[in-house]
Design a protein around this ligand. Structure first.
Ligand code: UT7
Length: 342
């Protein structure tokens, strides 16, 4: 059999600071009941003032390398997928490459909204199958990019980072990358944006004074509708392409945006809810980190067994959506770093 791209190990990091619904309701016109009923979220993590996209990414990256017992000097690529980068330029990945002392690696960022990690995985797959060692990191510090006074967005997001170390199956077994798909529809771009700071909407003195220059804008109900439709469609299409049905799957790992979205996709695909992973109650929507963080948590909780088949599916700004099959040829070692306990 030809060499396949394989997830050799998984690492993740969630910051220490827990922000509960009750804490948010102290300064926002919202309530624990509303947030739980409409989203399933109970709490989320916020990075500390001295933590950045690069520091979170570095913790997750080190965790993945440590779990695999692979030195950073062995890396060929560091790919950081994020919508909340360290700065405009250079890429967050360069700061991570430096912090890791990944002396032979090339480093670059990719931005794909909440589907970005799976899109990036698709790009990395060919490199890994050809023998490169690729660290794919999904990181988001969305707490820094929501308006804390906007109840429509402030309750939904959290901060986290998660990393997959990819390499060839010829060198090591792990979670083997099966079929995948990804697609975008840029005609829907305006529904979920962080519009200021680029060349289309410059940050003028007026925009800065209004305080909206770096915050997320979203039509929640529209995103909800598209997310359910596209994630269900992507899941069905990938199963059909793979000659599988939902009965062949051991786990579905959806983007962790909202429990109601997850439940609707579960219903649409006719899935057994006990096979659909969710930890949105604890970590909320962590954007580019979301799906990888979910896999890290599942491995950490020993929910995944050898030879099990997983379907990962995600949707986000763009709009973009993506799906990916993973098979546990062997269990990838994991290091799930929780700032609350380390
Ligand atoms: O990765 C993709 C990123 N985005 C998402 O995943 C978001 C997808 N969308 C959603 O998850 C949901 O649309 C929300 C959770 C954002 C909103 O839930 P909804 O059931 O679609 O509520 P809604 O926006 O239709 O609002 C219903 C009511 C409104 O009040 P009125 O106009 O009926 O009086 C809102 O103003 O709920 C109000 N509302 C809130 N009330 C308390 C909106 N946000 C809140 C809040 N607390 N945090």
């Amino acid at each position: 059999m030809s060499n396949r791209a394989t997830v050799w190990s998984v690492g993740s990091y969630v910051p220490r600071r827990k922000v509960t619904n009750k804490m948010l309701s102290q300064h926002l016109e919202t309530s624990d009941e509303w947030i739980r009923a409409r989203t399933g979220i109970r709490e989320r993590r916020y990075a500390a003032a001295d933590e950045t996209a690069a520091t979170l990414s570095t913790y997750a990256a080190r965790a993945a390398l440590h779990a695999a017992g692979v030195g950073a000097e062995k890396l060929d690529w560091v790919l950081v997928c994020t919508d909340t980068p360290e700065m405009w330029s250079p890429p967050t990945a360069c700061f991570v490459q430096d912090a890791l002392s990944a002396s032979h690696a090339s480093a670059i960022d990719l931005t794909g909204g909440c589907a970005g990690f799976l899109q990036t995985l698709q790009l990395a797959e060919g490199m890994a199958a050809a023998g490169a060692r690729v660290l794919v990191v999904g990181t988001e510090l969305l707490s820094r990019f929501v308006d804390p006074a906007d109840r429509h967005t402030a309750v939904l997001f959290g901060d986290a980072s998660a990393a997959f170390l990819l390499g060839s199956s010829a060198e090591r077994q792990g979670l083997s990358l099966g079929r995948s798909l990804s697609q975008s529809d840029g005609s829907q771009a305006d529904i979920l944006t962080n519009p200021y700071g680029g060349v289309r909407h410059e940050i003028t003195a007026e925009v800065a004074a209004a305080g909206a220059h770096h915050t997320l804008h979203m039509d929640g109900p529209k995103v909800f509708k598209h997310a359910v439709h596209r994630m269900s469609q992507a899941g069905e299409a990938l199963l059909a392409e793979s000659g599988l049905t939902s009965a062949d799957l051991d786990w579905i790992v959806p983007h962790q945006a909202n429990q109601r979205i997850i439940d609707a996709v579960t219903h649409q695909l006719g899935l057994d809810p006990s096979r659909v992973f969710s930890h949105v109650d604890r970590f909320a929507n962590t954007g580019s980190a979301s799906v990888a963080l979910a896999v890290a948590d599942m491995l950490h909780q020993q929910l995944i067994r050898p030879r099990q088949a997983l379907l990962l599916v995600a949707f986000g700004a763009g709009f973009s959506w993506a799906a990916r099959m993973l098979t546990a040829d062997a269990l990838a070692p994991v290091l799930f770093l929780d700032g609350d306990t380390v």
